[in-house]
Design a protein. Structure first.
Length: 72
């Protein structure tokens, strides 16, 4: 799975560059600010998904744990 993700990421960066755009790396402070702002979005998704019977809290935790473990 990681190999596919890297391939997709490289394709995305390549397409951005072709259009004259580029990716930036956020500072730790800016990343924390964005993470804080995203919490409301995630909370709303959990609420909506739980209403549909999806184990949303577990799904979100799985994704967040994966991202932390594979942060490069």
């Amino acid at each position: 799975m990681e190999r596919k993700w890297v391939t997709w990421q490289d394709m995305g960066k390549s397409n951005l560059a072709k259009k004259g755009n580029h990716c930036v790396t956020l500072s730790a402070e800016e990343n924390a600010r964005w993470a804080g702002n995203m919490q409301q979005v995630l909370d709303e998704w959990v609420k909506a998904a739980k209403a549909k019977g999806v184990p949303a809290e577990e799904a979100l935790k799985f994704c967040q744990d994966y991202l932390k473990a594979n942060d490069k």
